[in-house]
Design a protein around this ligand. Structure first.
Ligand SMILES: [Mg+2]
Length: 377
C-alpha cells in the first residue's frame, strides 16, 4: 500500500455565544479544526485531526509514495520536522487509522487492547461562579460522570479554590475532582509571569483539603524539580505534559520523577507511537498515563484508543462544559458526537482503525474559505 495524497482541510465553526476558555485571554468566537486525510492506492483513507498542520505543504513529499504502515519511520520523520516547523501529529494518527483499517481491528487493539471502554471525567474549560459550579457538578453526577476537572486561573486563585470547595460540598465523594492550573505552556503572546514554587505549593495545599485526585500543571514545564518537590511535600498527585514538545521532555520528567500523571495528547505531542512508549514506561513505574484530549472528537478518539490500548487511566478526559462546550460543538465534524453511557464510560469504537465517522455535509458547510483544498501531491 502506498500513500497517494495527503489532504489538509481547515474548518471553522462559528461560536455564538463565544466560548471563554480559562487558559486563553481572548474569547473564542470560532472553533477551528484541521482535518488530515491520507489517501492510498488501496482505496483506504486514514483520518486525523488535532494540531493546525500550518506549513505542512512543505513536507508532504516526505510521505507521498511511501507505505503508510511503516509508522516507525514516519514518526521519526515527524520528529525531525517538528524541530524545524510544526507538530504534525494528526498525520501520524491518520497513519495509525490506516494501519487499523488495513488490519481489520481498532487501533486500541494494535496497541495492546487492554480495555474496550474507559470511564471519563468531564473536563470543564470555562470559569463560572462557585454556586453555578455546584449546580453543574450535581448535573454531572446525574449524567453518570465519575469525575470533573476544574480550571483555576492564576490571577483568580481564591475564586478557584471556592469553586472546588462548592463542588466538593455539593457532590461529596460521588465525583473525583481534578484541578488544572495550566502553567506548563502559554498561549502565544501570554507573557505574564506564572506562579512560582512557593505560591504553587500554597495552592496545592489548600486544594488538598478537598481531596483532589490531582493538580495539573501547577508550574512551568521546565521546572521538573519544582514539581517533584511539590508532589513530595504537599502529598497531592501532580499531573502534566499535555503539550510537551518532544519525547525527551517527558522522558526527563519521568527520570526526575516530576509527575504522578503523564498526559501527552497524541495529536499535539509525541504522536500515538511516542505516547505509547512513554505510557509503557510510566505504567511500569506505577505512575498514571491518561492523555489530554482537548481538541475535537477526532483527537478525543485518537487519545481514547491509546489510553484504552495501553491500559491507561484511571479516567480519560472528556471535554464537556455545557452550555459553552458541548459534544455538538466539540465534534461538529463527526456524523454523531461522542457521548458517554449512563455508567460514565466512553466505548472504544469497534470499527477498524480509529472509527472516525465524518459528517461530510457539515465539513463542506464549515470549510474555511480559501483553505479547503489539498496539499500538493
Ligand atoms: Mg490541562
Amino acid at each position: 500500500m502506498r500513500i497517494t495524497a495527503i489532504r489538509v482541510q481547515r474548518l471553522a465553526l462559528p461560536l455564538d455565544p463565544p466560548f471563554r476558555a480559562a487558559w486563553d485571554p481572548s474569547p473564542r468566537r470560532s472553533f477551528e479544526a484541521t482535518l488530515v486525510r491520507v489517501e492510498t492506492d488501496a482505496g483506504l483513507v486514514g483520518v486525523g485531526s488535532g494540531d493546525t498542520m500550518a506549513g505542512f505543504d512543505d513536507f508532504v513529499q516526505l510521505f507521498v509514495g511511501r507505505d503508510p504502515r511503516a509508522i516507525a519511520g514516519h514518526s521519526r520523520t515527524l520528529e525531525t520536522i517538528s524541530f524545524h516547523a510544526g507538530r504534525y501529529w494528526p498525520l501520524e494518527a491518520a497513519l495509525w487509522d490506516l494501519l487499523g483499517q488495513a488490519s481489520g481491528v481498532p487501533v486500541a487493539t494494535l496497541l495492546g487492547g487492554a480495555a474496550t471502554a474507559l470511564p471519563v471525567y468531564a473536563s470543564w474549560g470555562s470559569l463560572r461562579s462557585a454556586a453555578q459550579r455546584a449546580e453543574d457538578a450535581g448535573a454531572l453526577v446525574r449524567e453518570g460522570f465519575r469525575g470533573v476537572k476544574v480550571r483555576i486561573a492564576r490571577d483568580r486563585i481564591d475564586e478557584g479554590v471556592a469553586v472546588v470547595e462548592a463542588v466538593r460540598s455539593a457532590v461529596g465523594d460521588r465525583l473525583e475532582i481534578m484541578v488544572d492550573l495550566n502553567q506548563w505552556w502559554r498561549m502565544p503572546g501570554d507573557i505574564e509571569r506564572g506562579l512560582g514554587p512557593a505560591a504553587a505549593r500554597r495552592v496545592v495545599e489548600r486544594l488538598r483539603d478537598y481531596d483532589v485526585l490531582w493538580v495539573e500543571e501547577p508550574l512551568a514545564g521546565e521546572d521538573r524539580d519544582g514539581m517533584r518537590m511539590l508532589r513530595e511535600q504537599a502529598g497531592v498527585r501532580i499531573a502534566g505534559g499535555e503539550m510537551a514538545r518532544t519525547f525527551e521532555e517527558l522522558r526527563l520528567a519521568l527520570d526526575a520523577d516530576a509527575l504522578d500523571v503523564y498526559q501527552p495528547d497524541v495529536v499535539l505531542a509525541l504522536g500515538i507511537s511516542g505516547a505509547r512508549t512513554l505510557a509503557e514506561l510510566a505504567l511500569r513505574r506505577n505512575r498514571w498515563f491518561t492523555p489530554h484530549t482537548w481538541t475535537n472528537g477526532i483527537g478525543l478518539l485518537a487519545n481514547l484508543h491509546v489510553c484504552a490500548g495501553v491500559g491507561g487511566g484511571p479516567m480519560l478526559e472528556f471535554p464537556y462544559d455545557p452550555p459553552g462546550w458541548t459534544p455538538e460543538r466539540r465534534d461538529f465534524m463527526l456524523a454523531e458526537p461522542l457521548t458517554t453511557g449512563p455508567d460514565g464510560m466512553l466505548a472504544v469504537p469497534d470499527a477498524p482503525g480509529l472509527g472516525v465517522r465524518l459528517d461530510e455535509d457539515a465539513m463542506a458547510f464549515y470549510a474555511r474559505a480559501g483553505s479547503g483544498d489539498a496539499a500538493p501531491v
